[in-house]
Design a protein around this ligand. Structure first.
Ligand code: GLN
Length: 446
């Protein structure tokens, strides 16, 4: 099978640049574990795919290579492919490969999958190894799969879902087994039957905000109808802390990014730009010339793009003594509440809890909601991206970040039928470790 690889997942035979000037010349001395596993299985890595710089973005416009154009639209209608794994989604949508690796920290696999009309799977946190994946926000980063159909996504996932001792956050074999047992037990009631009687699907009311486009509503409505026709029971549920997810995500992800990106100082990693008396950009005083601090500053000033710098500043502020309690700790508290919201509605108990969690008896097997509030927007002019555009891009993640904060598996599948506004995705979210379950449901409504 031919597979594309997002440019923040290391390959030893191709550069890994994270679409950043900072790593423009970087070649990893080793393959990421996920790349290694793919090669061992006989797959060919056909190339590296464009992305938002270091995975930060929702429209794949923050890249030294320029924006990714969505191949699902006619050539006179230039739309965003979504981000940050836009190159991976576009490669699959254009038929360059059957599947591509992406990374999903807050939605970067599911959003481009929705915009480009392909399948996008974000596995449970810790299920796929992050060894050799360039960190953005370690507690949220997941390797994900973009694929032509659910079956291919499932096959690639099965190839990659292995414990990796190189990654300290890789789920242990015992935890995987425990999750698989719980998940299979709950699938027995409906999988063996021809219809889906016994399957309980939650429809979370908070995932239908006023800003949802009619195309997204139609997409999800059609999927829910298909599930009900097959015998599934639809249950309205509430995840009350959902409205806080986006703010919590941007504080936590930026805080972790500011710490992770400290390594790019032009010495340990990244383009080294020595400051000299000839330097036109910063007008150094004579005593600054050639000092380490000035080298770091100039390397980082020139190596990072605007969006990355913004996140570093935001994250550094959130971690500063003055803001720590009000921002970082509050965001962590919200993350716990959001995680608990999911536990409260799932029938399958959370296998990560040490004590046996009393799973909700009148709960649901999985949740179904729109993947994005709209179809692919027109590509903004990258030379004049305003603060408004930036906020507009952050809001695209509103429906994807809760599952990221809770570390849960989610798959976006293209809604059925042809939509005049372009493709829209519908997401299925399950309990930790229930990839087999959400993919089985996805297969039914594909
Ligand atoms: N759009 C989100 C961000 O910019 C998510 C990115 C991602 O999942 N890598 O942080």
């Amino acid at each position: 099978m031919n597979i594309g690889d997002k440019d923040n997942i290391c390959t030893k035979d191709m550069p890994t640049t994270c679409s950043s000037a900072m790593l423009a010349d970087y070649w990893s001395p080793f393959d990421a574990t996920v790349v290694d596993l793919l090669r061992q299985s006989g797959a060919g890595i056909i190339g590296k795919a464009n992305c938002d710089e270091f995975g930060m973005g929702s429209l794949n416009v923050h890249s030294i290579y320029g924006p990714v154009v969505n191949p699902a639209f006619p050539t006179d209608d230039i739309r965003s492919a979504g981000g940050s794994s836009g190159g991976s989604a576009a490669a699959v949508a254009a038929g360059l490969c059957n599947a591509a690796l992406g990374t999903d920290t807050g939605g970067s696999v599911r959003l481009p999958a929705s915009y480009c009309g392909v399948v996008g799977l974000k596995p449970s946190y810790g299920m796929l190894s992050r060894w050799g994946v360039v960190s953005f926000a370690d507690s949220l980063d997941c390797v994900g799969v973009l694929a032509k159909d659910v079956d291919i996504a499932h096959r690639v996932f099965n190839t990659l879902s292995k414990y990796d001792g190189q990654d300290s956050t890789s789920a242990s074999p015992e935890t995987r087994e425990k999750a698989q047992r719980a998940c299979e037990e709950h699938m027995q009631s409906w999988r063996s039957r021809r219809d889906l009687a016994g399957l309980r699907i939650g429809v979370p009311q908070e995932y239908f905000p006023a800003s949802l486009s009619p195309a997204s509503v139609d997409g999800v409505r059609e999927m829910l109808r298909a599930l009900r026709e097959r015998g599934a029971t639809l249950v309205p549920v509430s995840l009350p802390n959902t409205p806080y997810a986006l703010s919590a995500y941007y504080v936590l992800a930026s805080a972790e990014a500011s710490s992770n990106l400290a390594r790019y100082d032009g010495v340990q990693y990244g383009s080294y730009i020595a400051i000299t008396a000839m330097c036109l950009h910063v007008r150094p005083t004579p005593h600054q010339i050639g000092t380490p601090a000035s080298t770091y500053a100039l390397s980082r000033t020139q190596g990072f793009g605007r969006e990355v710098k913004k996140r570093i500043l935001l994250g550094t502020y959130a971690l500063s003594a003055d803001a720590f309690d009000n921002y970082f700790l509050q965001a962590q508290r919200l993350r716990n509440l959001i995680r608990q919201d999911f536990r409260d509605v799932f029938l399958v108990p959370d296998p990560l809890l040490l004590s046996h969690s009393p799973a909700s008896v009148d709960g649901v097997h999985a949740l179904v909601h729109p993947s994005a509030v709209q179809t692919a927007p027109p590509l903004p002019d990258t030379n004049v991206i305003s603060e408004g555009d930036s906020l507009g891009a952050y809001v695209q993640d509103i429906l994807t970040v809760p599952a990221s904060l809770a570390g849960l598996p989610a798959v976006s599948v293209p809604a059925r039928g042809k939509n005049k506004q372009g493709p829209v995705g519908v997401s299925i979210v399950g309990q930790w470790g229930c990839e087999a379950m959400i993919l089985e449901i996805a297969r039914v409504i594909e």
